[in-house]
Design a binder for this molecule. Structure first.
Ligand code: CTP
Ligand code: CA
Length: 225
C-alpha cells in the first residue's frame, strides 16, 4: 500500500487546506469561537506532505505543531481565513477542513465591553452578520482547483444535509461527520466520515484521524485522474 509506505504518490500536486476554528472578536478580550480542534485538518496536511504533495495549510487558532513539510499560514478570523485561502490559489486540491464561523459581530468594540454601560447592562445584544463562504468561493473561483472537498459537521440527518451542501456549494466531494457524539468528532483523536460525491457514498472509520486522512486522500487522488 503506497499510502502507508509514505511514498510520493502526490508528488507534483499542490494541496491547499484550511484547518481549525476561527475566532470572531467582540472586544479586545472576548471572542465567539467553536469547538474545532484542528486535528482532522492537521492530520490530512501531514499525510499529504508525507506523500509528497506541496501542502499549504491555512490554520485558525489552535495549539498544534506544524506537520513536517507543511507551509502554514496562521489566521484568526473568518475574514482572514478567506483572504489567506484565496490568496494561496492556484492549487490542484482544496480541502475545507476548517470550522469557519458563519457569523461575525457587526462591530468590534475597541474597548472592553462593560457591564456597567449605558442602558443598565442586564442583557447584552450582539448583532452578527454572515461571513463569506470560503469553500463556495473556492469552488466558484476562476482558479478553481481540480478537486474541491468540503466537510459537513452535522448533529443529525448527516447524509441529507451533506448532500445538500455538495450540490449547493458546487463541490466534488464532501466528508460528512456526526458531531456532538461521544468518542468522535471535534476534540477526539478518532472520527468516522461518510465521503459523498454525486453518485457514491464511502464510509470511512471509525478510526484514528491519521488513518482516515490517508483513506480520504486515496479518494481525492482517484478523482485527480
Ligand atoms: N465553510 C467555509 N466558509 C464558511 C462556512 C463554512 O468555507 N463561512 C466550509 C467549511 O470549511 C466546511 C463546509 O463549508 O468545509 C461546511 O461547513 P458547515 O458548517 O458544515 O456548513 P455550512 O455551509 O456553514 O452550513 P451550516 O453551518 O448552516 O450547517
Ligand atoms: Ca457552518
Amino acid at each position: 500500500d503506497e499510502s502507508l509506505a509514505g511514498g510520493d504518490d502526490l508528488a507534483g500536486r499542490r494541496l491547499l487546506i484550511s484547518a481549525g476554528p476561527t475566532f470572531e472578536d467582540l472586544d479586545p478580550v472576548r471572542f465567539i469561537g467553536n469547538r474545532s480542534s484542528g486535528k482532522m485538518g492537521f492530520a490530512i496536511a501531514a499525510a499529504a506532505a508525507r506523500r509528497g504533495a506541496d501542502v499549504v495549510m491555512v490554520a485558525g487558532p489552535v495549539h498544534l505543531a506544524t506537520p513536517p513539510g507543511v507551509r502554514r499560514i496562521d489566521v484568526r478570523s473568518a475574514a482572514q481565513m478567506r483572504d489567506a485561502v484565496l490568496g494561496a490559489l492556484p492549487a490542484d486540491i482544496y480541502i475545507g477542513a476548517a470550522a469557519v464561523a458563519d457569523y461575525t459581530p457587526r462591530t468590534v468594540s475597541a474597548e472592553k465591553i462593560k457591564k456597567t454601560r449605558e442602558g443598565g447592562g442586564e442583557t447584552l445584544t450582539v448583532e452578527l452578520v454572515r461571513t463569506h463562504d470560503v469553500l463556495a468561493e473556492v469552488a466558484a473561483h476562476a482558479l478553481r482547483p481540480r478537486v474541491v472537498l468540503g466537510f459537513a459537521a452535522e448533529t443529525n440527518d448527516v447524509e441529507r444535509y451533506a448532500r445538500d451542501k455538495l450540490v449547493r456549494k458546487g463541490l466534488d466531494m464532501i466528508a460528512a461527520n456526526q458531531v456532538g457524539r461521544a468518542g468522535c468528532g471535534f476534540e477526539s483523536d478518532d472520527n468516522a466520515l461518510t465521503v459523498i460525491d454525486a453518485t457514491t457514498a464511502h464510509a470511512l472509520g471509525p478510526a484514528a484521524k491519521t488513518a482516515l486522512a490517508d483513506a480520504l486522500l486515496d479518494l481525492v487522488k482517484a478523482r485527480l485522474r
